[in-house]
Design a protein around this ligand. Sequence first.
Ligand code: PGA
Length: 251
Amino acid sequence: MRRPLVAGNWKMHGTRASVAELIEGLRRQVLPAGVEIAVCPASLHVVQVVDGLAGSGVVVGAQDCAVEPQQGALTGELAASQLQDAGCTLVLVGHSERRQLLGESDECVVRKFVAAQACGLIPVLCVGETLEQREAGETLAVVRCQLAAVIDAQGIGVFARAVVAYEPVWAIGTGLTASPEQAQEVHAAIRAQLSAHDAEVAAAVRILYGGSVKAANAAELFGMPDIDGGLVGGASLNADEFGAICRAAGN
Ligand code: PGA
């Protein structure tokens, strides 16, 4: 049985004051015991959130890490070792906003994935197609390629300590959600690709769906056989809404 995971991606949102409010709101939630819950604040707020959520059962992740695992001369970046030291347990790698707007290549994403694991962090590998690619019928090929970049470079074994997040780019922050069937098709393809290398690893890896997840659509998405939780952007900035999404994952 895969334990569901719901991770909130706060992106470049928040001030110290609004983050303090969100922490309070999260602490008030009744959260399901069977679900792993994480939030990924802006790096600036990681320490505040680690301290604020201590003992709550909610773990903290980062939204990105440097390609180099250890601290060093790399202005403006954060090493996975530093994130681990600050109390993070996971880190998003290859989010589409970084792939698209900041030009992160598959090669760069693989290095970040490796850096995260080298420091004991769980990488959440984000994959997904653009609207143009979906309309051209390229969805499965695009996702296959993004996943293969890691498998080919590092082998299948690394997925025993990783999470995959399928996030169709056209569904992120747009209010458009993939239908449960559309998402399930891609999740099943991801698991099948992993399974072709190692069935046991594939059966255990959690594959999250992301893209306009909200309380109103979470239950039907999480009800699909290969959807093991969600990566939640906008809706994770509201503690009550995020709590409801977490509870949907527990049902
Ligand atoms: P969204 O973002 O829930 O606001 O669509 C999801 C994400 O980018 O992780």
